[in-house]
Design a protein around this ligand. Sequence first.
Ligand SMILES: [Zn+2]
Length: 106
Amino acid sequence: MVEETVRERIIRVLMESRTPLSAREIAELVGLDPVRGEAEVYEHLRHIAKTLRRRYGGRAVLYMVPPRCRSCGYVFSDLTEPRRPSRCPRCKSERIEPPRFYIDVD
Ligand SMILES: [Zn+2]
């Protein structure tokens, strides 16, 4: 049996989870270091949307709950790709609630 790749494990974890997960939580669940693996998870997430489209033709979709500023409540609703913003454009705070992800299967 071929070992499941990190990307496949991320897809499985997101399909099985009942709540949206942050990149750190995903890293931990797939066996990566939660802090150092965070950037790697974001990189995989950018590809997973395409993988799902190719494999399921729109029946499984990756969703992102947008990041939010913990200081003023600003929501980063216009983010076009999975990432964690470093500071709030409105109040300049760096206390940003990271985006969370889930996969919805039809
Ligand atoms: Zn803010």
